[in-house]
Design a protein around this ligand. Structure first.
Ligand SMILES: CC(C)(COP(=O)(O)OP(=O)(O)OC[C@H]1O[C@@H](n2cnc3c(N)ncnc32)[C@H](O)[C@@H]1OP(=O)(O)O)[C@@H](O)C(=O)NCCC(=O)NCCS
Length: 173
């Protein structure tokens, strides 16, 4: 009984995953920038300024070729060699499908290719988003110069390259 439920859960999460496609997009393209701005308006409702989409790297999540979620990273201006996850937004009717998590995976692999060693971000009174940072392996930290509100949580994750395949210490097997 338990075994078959496990299989069903796995196949249903694979089905949900297959329904959405995530693509890195060119924020300098006018149509893409318009799409990102529309999604921004529909997810942040004026709660955050619309960023310059021609800077940084951007992703869209599509359902049946319709964009339903977006995310972006820019080089951090405060943390050396780091990317700052500046926006993630999912349209209300597509929430609860772990799209934030998938978008964050996509941008982490781009950040590694950019040669960045850290990803940083922040959340303010946003349990759903904070939980996704925890799921993605981010840790809370206190920046030397906090840049947001008194109740903002600051997140970071080391994504830098492993320096040696063999490690510096002998392994105890
Ligand atoms: C934060 C946000 C990006 C998360 O989107 P998401 O990828 O759909 O998140 P998840 O799939 O992890 O779902 C979040 C939670 O809502 C629950 N949920 C399920 N169905 C839902 C629905 N229809 N609507 C809202 N939440 C739903 C999920 O079960 C999950 O709870 P859990 O963590 O206890 O399991 C999204 O809520 C959003 O766009 N918010 C507005 C913009 C914003 O705040 N961005 C982040 C700024 S830091």
């Amino acid at each position: 009984m338990r075994k078959s439920r496990g299989r069903d859960d796995a196949s249903s999460s694979e089905t949900v995953e297959a329904l959405y496609r995530i693509r890195e997009v060119d924020g300098q393209d006018e149509d893409i920038a318009d799409t990102l701005a529309d999604l921004h308006r529909l997810t942040f409702f004026g709660g955050a300024p619309i960023p310059a989409f021609d800077a940084g790297c951007w992703w869209l999540a599509y359902r049946n070729a319709i964009p339903v979620a977006f995310a972006g990273i820019v080089p951090s201006t405060l943390v050396r060699n780091a990317g700052y996850i500046c926006r993630v937004g999912v349209l209300k009717q597509h929430r609860g499908r772990r799209l934030q998590l998938r978008l964050m995976r996509a941008l982490a692999s781009r950040a590694r290719r950019n040669g960045w060693t850290w990803l940083v971000s922040d959340t303010t009174q946003n349990v759903a988003s904070a939980n996704n940072f925890i799921r993605s392996g981010y840790r809370l930290h206190q920046p030397q110069y906090p840049w947001a509100y008194s109740d903002t949580l600051y997140w970071r994750k080391f994504i830098g390259p492993v320096t040696s395949l063999h490690g510096t210490y002998p392994k105890r097997l």
